[in-house]
Design a protein around this ligand. Structure first.
Ligand code: SF4
Length: 414
């Protein structure tokens, strides 16, 4: 198939994004060499607001994992973790990140001039997303002999009950004495309220960005979201994230007014469920352009919308936000959630990515594609791959399957 002549215009905000990412990593590098500044590592949907409120610089190893995937260095690094006893079947963020550490390599050097990943003073996980994060952080706790604390979350929830909330609230409160000890700062509820307020403002803006998927043609696709989600992940709770999304939203207003299409001559609209395949984003984006098909929305990029955050009830709302996350929920909840986004974005089909090493963000293994197909009359396809381990991904097979899927959509729409 030949590529349509029109190429999408890149979003200008991408340049600003590079600048604020550079600032973020520069600050981490400076904190690494300043005794009085403390660094906490946090899981990507962990209670980062508490860390900011206590004065920590916050680093997210999952962001590093994604960078290892996007730079395609992950696959080779996994063998270093395997040699240390970590199975290649477990999370390839974990294995590539641990492999990079053991090899003494990081793409942060080329990208942002960092000597290494910033050494943590404390590790804080929330296993609401998966059990792996705990074991991942334990590796570093052993290496550096530093404290590891966390939240052991209820999972697979149909509804969030009072008892679930109570357990997470009390676990968040239990974190505070250790954070005070390591940071040397006293916990201040008003400071936490302010950080939660900024995080909530970030969520409002990130949701608005993602809701531009309702426009046809859409000005952004899943592949754009995977890039522009970075501030919602690593700068949550910081003013820089708000400034960035204000700029991006202003650009999106213009883009829609000018009829700018992320996929010129957009003919089909698809939803993506599951992890990105970081090392193949460009290949998949080009394929979808060729097929005049926009992947308009995804559960993955929506995962950093935390609607319950409320500065009036900072700890309770942080607990609720962590429990209401998509991947903490039951199959029934997830189906309803996906159905609502399909309707909102006027989507014609779903791609489910079965990520070999992440069962937690893979929703195709318990017949959800079949059920959604039967309930909604919407075609679904499952592609096999992985977030970082490209040995699990066949470019040719995936291309053939997606082309056949889009052909099916084409036939249905004529
Ligand atoms: S959710 Fe999946 S990709 Fe993320 S840390 Fe857990 S196992 Fe890894």
């Amino acid at each position: 198939m030949t590529r349509p002549k029109d190429k999408p215009r890149p979003l200008q905000s991408t340049r600003k994004l590079k600048t604020i990412m550079q600032q973020y990593f520069t600050e981490l590098e400076e904190a690494s060499s300043t005794e009085s500044r403390k660094i906490a590592w946090c899981t990507s949907i962990g209670p980062c607001e508490l860390l900011h409120a206590m004065g920590f610089e916050v680093y997210y190893p999952e962001n590093h994992g994604a960078l290892l995937g996007a730079t395609r260095s992950a696959t080779d690094l996994i063998s270093f973790a395997a040699a240390a006893g970590y199975s290649p079947d477990i999370c390839s963020y974990l294995t590539s990140d641990v492999g990079a550490f053991l090899k003494g390599a990081t793409p942060l050097t080329d990208a942002y001039g960092m000597k290494s990943v910033p050494k943590a003073d404390i590790l804080l996980y929330n296993n609401n997303q998966c059990r792996e994060v705990q074991d991942w952080f334990r590796f570093y706790a052993r290496q550096w002999k530093i404290p590891i604390i966390g939240i052991n979350s209820p999972r697979v929830l149909d509804e969030v009950k009072e008892s679930h909330l109570n357990t997470v609230v009390s676990q968040i409160k239990d974190l505070i004495p250790t954070l005070e000890q390591v940071s040397g700062n006293k916990f201040d509820i008003d400071r936490l309220r302010e950080v939660v307020r900024i995080s909530k403002e970030c969520t409002i803006r990130w949701r608005k960005v993602l809701e531009y998927a309702a426009y046809s043609p859409t000005p952004m696709t899943f592949f754009d979201h995977c890039i522009h989600m970075a501030p919602a992940v690593i700068l949550r709770g910081k003013q820089e994230a708000l400034d960035y999304y204000d700029k991006l939203l202003a650009e999106l207003v213009q883009a829609v007014e000018n009829g700018m299409a992320a996929v010129p001559q957009e003919r089909h609209r698809i939803y993506w469920d599951g992890m990105p395949i970081w090392g193949k984003l460009r290949m998949l984006s080009d394929l979808m352009l060729d097929l005049q098909t926009a992947i308009v929305a995804s559960t993955y990029c929506n995962s950093w919308i935390f609607d319950p955050l409320d500065p009036e009830r900072p700890i309770e709302s942080m607990a609720l936000a962590s429990l209401e996350c998509f991947n903490v929920r039951s199959e029934g909840f997830k189906e309803t959630y996906i159905k609502e986004w399909l309707e909102f974005c006027n989507v014609q089909g779903i791609i489910f990515h079965d990520a070999k090493t992440c069962p937690y963000n893979t929703n195709s293994r318990f017949a959800m594609p079949t059920r959604l197909n039967e309930k909604l009359g919407i075609p679904t396809i499952v592609i096999n791959g992985d977030l970082n381990d490209l040995r699990c991904f066949s470019e040719e097979q995936t291309k053939t399957n997606i082309e056949a899927f889009v052909e099916q959509l084409r036939e249905m729409s004529t």
